[in-house]
Design a protein around this ligand. Sequence first.
Ligand code: NAD
Length: 354
Amino acid sequence: MTYTVTLLPGDGIGKEVMTSAVQVMHAAAKKVKVTIQVVEKLIGGASIDQFGVPLTEDTLETCRRSDAVLLGAVGGPKWEKLEHQRKPEAGLLKIRKALELFANLRPAQIYPGFLQASSIKEEILDGTDFIVVRELTGGLYFGEPRGYDQDKGWNTMIYTRPEVERIARMAFQMARQRKHKLISVDKANVLECSQFWRSVVEEVHQDFPDVELKHLYVDNAAMQIVRDPRQFDIILTSNLFGDILSDIAGIITGSLGMLPSASLGIKYALFEPVHGSAPDISGQNIANPIAMISSVGMMYNYAWKLPQVAELIESAIRRTLAAGYRTKDIYTTGDTLVSTTKMTEIILKNMEQS
Ligand code: NAD
């Protein structure tokens, strides 16, 4: 089997952690006898410097011709003063929209040795393992009309039937591959848009009778994630609510340098760490590569349906952390402090040995 991957390292530590990710991607491919061809393109500030725009048509076309896209991170002080449309971050929004990546997946899981580091009590957190499935290309963030004048500001929360159906269907399918439990989060007690969301989710549920469906209001869901995170398996929610809940979910279980994500559509898929380009530590070989490496695991799982490869990568990360290796962002006294390249080397060695 041969796959093509477009690499978009971007800016700052994006480039550093991408180097780690590519090594892990190829090492995993070798293990399962898959061939991966890569094409590297520019995005963000790097693209602005060369082409004057954060994302070119050529880069987009290359992504469209690939089986998956791996993205590092974009942005930095050098481009901060540019007008909104020309900023590196505009390239991110454009690529998500152009590739119709309507589902954003963020796992919340606990790595060994991280129970004590969380702001949540160990006995409440232990065993937490769920995924937030957030609708990414609709809802309040894209609804029209929108705007502001001197006296008021306004946005529109709107969802169409196909938009809710496709994300719900994807979430139910994922629930089928896990614990057959799905919680849909809305604000149906106040918002008509949420009432509609709820009714469409219930319709889609009829095709998945083997999956248990519950509904939670978003305020309650935020509280429950902190109170009893183990009750969740798949959380399905809209763009605005997902933005907030996925940050809560991510940070109760780990550090920014360890959170991967997947953005999926019908035809295309993009994988990237949750963190940004971290200009404060860029170029020092101290960035944590785990979020990016774990995003490679998600690529094998969701783009190519090779969950055994994702597990190979995740188990190598778990063993590396269990042995006490830490980059600076997650280091505490008694751990072994390692650089980006050393952390990658140890993860690769652990993959080799499984
Ligand atoms: P950031 O995620 O880059 O950094 C926040 C803090 O976390 C920093 O102290 C940084 O050193 C640390 N950090 C982040 N990732 C780390 C890692 N892998 N290892 C160790 N430490 C890590 O967020 P920010 O500082 O708010 O933004 C910096 C730039 O990145 C801005 O231009 C912003 O717009 C951009 N950004 C891009 C993305 C993206 O590309 N998806 C996401 C968020 C921010």
